[in-house]
Design a protein around this ligand. Sequence first.
Ligand SMILES: [Zn+2]
Length: 408
Amino acid sequence: MHSGSSTAPREPVVDTDAAVSLTRDLVRLRTVSAAGSEEVERPAAELVSRLFTAFGWEHEVSEVAPGRPNVVAVVEGGGGPGPTLMFEGHTDVVTEGDPGDWSIDPFGGEIRDGRLWGRGAADMKSGLAAMIHAVRALQLAGPFPGRIVLGVLADEEGMMLGAKAFAASPLAAEVDAVIVCEPEGYEVCTSARGGIRIRLALTGVMAHGAMPQEARSPLVAGARIVEALAGVQGWAQNRFGTHPHAGKVTVTPTVLRAGDPDQLNVIPAHGLVGVDVRTVPGTDHGELTGRIRRAAEVAAGTEGVGVELTVVDDRPAVEVPENHPVVTALVAAHRREHGTPPPFGAVPGTTDGTILTRDAGLPTVVYGPGGKWIAHQKDEYVEVREIGEYARVYAAAARHFLTGGGAV
Ligand SMILES: [Zn+2]
């Protein structure tokens, strides 16, 4: 608290029923991120925008692609100067797959057995609802220093266009720290693994299956590359070590394609190996990619096959120190809600936070309702009580961060 204040700030009271209803309303909107769809996040963005208007929050709706809007609100504390804290979440979801595999309607938002079910219940419409109602509760409790940015962004499950657009906006330069509300099962994730997606295009020589001596087979070369990648993984795990939360680098072949299933007597000329690389903080992506290129060239070279490497996507591993004020604020707030400190963890993949750190240099920590492993699975759910718990922790963490640690 600032000196001169004579009354303690009122306790933020989260409207948990409203947060649960908002989660359910969002789950009922089928905002599936899929190639070629005309409209993905728009209905969710419109719902959130109407709510922000009702709360009197200044906000902007801007499309990052047709039918794919970001909604960004700035909530001034009215309590004097202070830092800018951002809460971030995404409105798109991955496909439900075959609805017949689900035991409930994937877009019904049904509440049963203390759980709210449906695609996006955990990843991450409950996180969005919790962060919005946390900020509302904080605001209704009275003035606070600084301000809060709410980033309700598009396309996290795809190319992260929403996070890229926000990172490039002038507002990003004014943000001091970000809490990403992705489901992490009560862990405070101070790190997230990075990723490199690589395509290795193989070019050999086509020949008759009866005359293999005439061929240079991309199929055999691909098999040799797959074998060689295991060696690169071993090298990388040694070179870049074991991170306490993010573990070790993995180099995983995910695609091996060559030949025509209807042409069993033809050795093909072309083939493809796809590689999914996951990295830990401290990994030199350039060095690792160079290793993969050389290993692939040597392995394919033994078959006389050429290799062309393309990096399709490159996202760094990111990390925020455990003593960063945004982390200590979350830890204090979690302890206040649950009585025990939270475990630290790592996000196994990348989040919008990765982009906000990579492109705008923002410190990001990931913490949100829902199990870490339930995302993208069938019968996705969130425990209803978690929505209120996380909203209360967010409100307390925001107050702690914005007041410089004065109040939890
Ligand atoms: Zn997510």
